[in-house]
Design a protein around this ligand. Sequence first.
Ligand code: SAM
Length: 182
Amino acid sequence: MTRRIFAGLAAAGMMFAQQAAAPKEQIEKLAPYYPTPETVVQRMLELGALKAGEKMFDLGSGDGRIVIMAADKFKADATGIEFDDSLHKQSSDRIEKMGLKKTARIIHGDIFKQDYSSANLLTVYLLPTSNDKIRPMLEKQLKKGTRIVTHDFEFSAWTPVKTVDIDDDGEGRSHRLFLYVR
Ligand SMILES: C[S@@+](CC[C@H](N)C(=O)[O-])C[C@H]1O[C@@H](n2cnc3c(N)ncnc32)[C@H](O)[C@@H]1O
């Protein structure tokens, strides 16, 4: 029952791996788009103890839902990074419509090319192999005490300080969250 958690992004990841044989683009695609349900977004931000005014980054921000909730509900300074043109536009438009431009933004670029040294919290929903790839960069950049919350997939070389299982997100799917503190 519990291992249903990997069904979503992992299945999308398998399809994605098959597509990855297509001509190489400059930006390495670390996961296909597969959104975190809103109820789980809230649990991620609560697990990460996000406070008003803190800086958070969502690595691969999709439609921007984590960034938007972080700014709107948790009053944080929130930044997403998203390379996909249409997801970048969709999320940026929503931020503008919601009047959140001062505290939320989506960088149209590559997860590997950003500076996370100011972060208090990172949220990550990428494939396990991608977590392994970004880990050295994060180890170099993150200041002591930065919290990292991952959805469904862990950083295999790090020990989580807390793991949370969500048995049902309201749509019959279960999830696992990992909290790390650098
Ligand atoms: C599984 S989705 C997660 C979306 C969002 N964080 C959420 O949890 O709802 C992963 C996202 O990462 C983006 N992505 C993958 N590789 C990337 C890269 N190298 N730079 C920027 N975005 C990337 C994908 O386009 C996709 O939107």
